[in-house]
Design a protein around this ligand. Structure first.
Ligand SMILES: [Zn+2]
Length: 525
């Protein structure tokens, strides 16, 4: 343990909070400062083209002859098998100025059960000044009244959107991608550019979930994530100008490159659309037994010169990421896409997105042979978020334990299976070191100190899950996780749903555990 303590002390003062993972003691040394505004250079051909095939046909009033009066108006023939939101995006990225000009068409089916007079979107980049600039919002030919406050964009509709009908809205906007590695952007390196990489995650507006008639959207905080996202269909055309000719894109989904500098990506039923760009990537792939290609996008410096010789740490991350992937796939249900992407990222820690995870360059640099290292821990943690976030959603602001406790416990599940001799090491390294305190059912708004947040939600969270496992037995515990993953797939899950999957006897048998770890001893709120 001496080594580990030294390792942790070494990290102290270097590590900064980002993303979901919060692996190590964190010294928040960055000053929250406004990101310098980046000069916007509009592309010469800046007018976005119309998205093909989205001429509005759906809102015509039905007539007596066409369609027949008994037929549902075409406006309201929504396909309920598809997500409520479908996005068609044409983006032009000027790689020199880091400005992206975007035309985003939004097809939004009103399946809320209520007439809608407005639609609310979450615009993550607008939590910082001078990053997101809205040019227009239209429905057919009508300009919409818009109000953009922090990340909340409210579109007032020119007429109510009826239940079962679809709105066809187009936003035109510019994004000035912030430089990573300084000030507040350090916390959000997954949306930033650096010397050798541009990361674009949580960069596009999305329609907020509408739960029981209310739009679910929260104020961002530097600690934790507050985004609550529903699955959507994404059709993205990305043109890059003034970039290197050998630029590569790491992204999930189906990717075509019809010509140099132009990519077309389809990614369906996904809560977000992430990508990373670099001309320095090297790519390695591994097919899992279940038929998913796990892809590793790393930089050449992930080959490290260690005492034992040259070690390809990216290959290590790929091997362990793919093993964990297969294990989670077996335990928690089938991953829905053909590919999963792991990206070495030049920002601290790690971050999950749909179909893609970022792993900090720090963990590659600090790799030591074997499995007692953060590269392994963080890689499998992020991979598990493909289930505990991407598949099973939750309100990450109010009930962050639902994804983070399960993702952290999934680390243990991996060690238990593949490195059982390291089970105790994992508990000491990840949990015991910190003597965690706090209520597992805390919200992200209750903490000023990231360490206290991690201790309460992640670490007390895994202690609670271990207690739950002991309460009901290992077999029933994994049946519960599998049933939860199946039931809540594609949903925004609640603690009530999680606990409702226990039998009455099991529920009673676990009441002491809930009392011990939750303030709301019924379910954990
Ligand atoms: Zn996490």
């Amino acid at each position: 343990m001496r080594y580990l303590r030294f390792f942790l002390l070494f990290l102290l003062g270097m590590s900064l909070l980002t993303g979901c993972n919060l692996a190590e003691p964190i010294a928040v040394t960055a000053t929250l400062e406004t990101i310098p505004s980046i000069r916007l250079a509009m592309l010469p051909s800046a007018t976005p083209a119309e998205t093909p095939g989205r001429a509005l046909t759906s809102l015509a009033t039905p007539t007596a002859t066409n369609p027949p009066p008994t037929e549902t108006p075409r406006a309201c023939q929504i396909d309920t098998s598809r997500p409520r939101s479908r996005y068609t995006i044409q983006a032009s990225l000027d790689y020199a100025t880091k400005a992206i000009l975007v035309s985003q068409n939004i097809r939004y089916a009103n399946t809320t059960g209520q007439l809608l007079n407005e639609i609310v979107l979450s615009v993550e980049p607008n939590q910082w000044a001078n990053i997101f600039v809205l040019k227009s919002a239209t429905w057919e030919t009508a300009n919409l009244v818009t109000q953009l406050v922090s990340t909340k964009l409210t579109l007032t509709l020119p007429r109510p959107l009826e239940v079962g009908c679809e709105a066809d809205i187009t936003l035109q906007f510019t994004i000035n991608v912030p430089k990573g590695g300084a000030g507040v952007s350090l916390y959000h390196g997954y949306f930033s550019y650096g010397e050798r990489q541009m990361n674009l995650a949580y960069w596009l507006p999305v329609v907020a979930p509408n739960i029981n008639g209310a739009w679910l959207i929260y104020e961002p905080r530097p600690i934790g994530e507050q985004m609550v996202l529903e699955p959507a269909d994404w059709d993205v055309s990305l043109e890059v100008t003034n970039g290197p000719s050998d630029l590569q894109i790491a992204a999930p989904g189906t990717i075509e490159q019809p010509k140099p500098g132009l990519w077309h990506i389809i990614f369906e039923h996904a809560r977000d659309f992430p990508l990373s760009l670099s001309n320095k990537f090297r790519v390695a792939r591994q097919m899992t037994a279940s038929g998913t290609m796990v892809e590793m996008y790393s930089f050449p410096d992930s080959v490290r010169s260690l005492a034992s010789g040259l070690v390809d740490t990216a290959q290590h991350a790929l091997d362990e990421g793919a093993r964990a992937f297969q294990q989670y796939n077996d335990l928690f249900g089938d991953y829905p896409y053909d590919r999963m992407v792991i990206v070495q990222a030049d920002f601290p820690d790690g971050m999950e997105a749909s179909g893609l995870v970022f792993i900090s360059t720090n963990w590659f640099y600090r790799f030591e042979p074997g499995f007692q290292n953060y590269l392994t821990v963080i890689t499998v943690h992020e991979v598990s978020h493909q289930w505990w976030y991407a598949s099973v959603g939750n309100d990450s602001a109010m009930t962050p334990w639902l994804d983070e406790a399960l993702a952290t416990y999934s680390e243990y599940v991996y060690y238990e299976e593949y490195h059982p001799e390291l089970k105790n090491w994992w508990w000491d390294f990840r949990v015991g070191e910190y003597n965690p305190q706090g209520s597992v059912d805390s919200t992200i708004y209750e903490f000023d100190d990231p360490r206290a947040y991690i201790n309460a939600v992640y670490l007390r969270g895994v202690q609670m899950l271990q207690n739950l496992r002991e309460d009901i037995g290992t077999e029933a515990f994994f049946r519960l996780l599998a049933e939860y993953a199946r039931t809540a797939n594609g949903q925004i899950a609640t603690p009530q749903l999680f606990w409702s999957l226990l039998s009455p006897d099991q529920f009673n048998a676990t009441s002491e555990t809930r009392k011990q770890f939750f303030r709301d001893s019924q379910f954990g709120r």
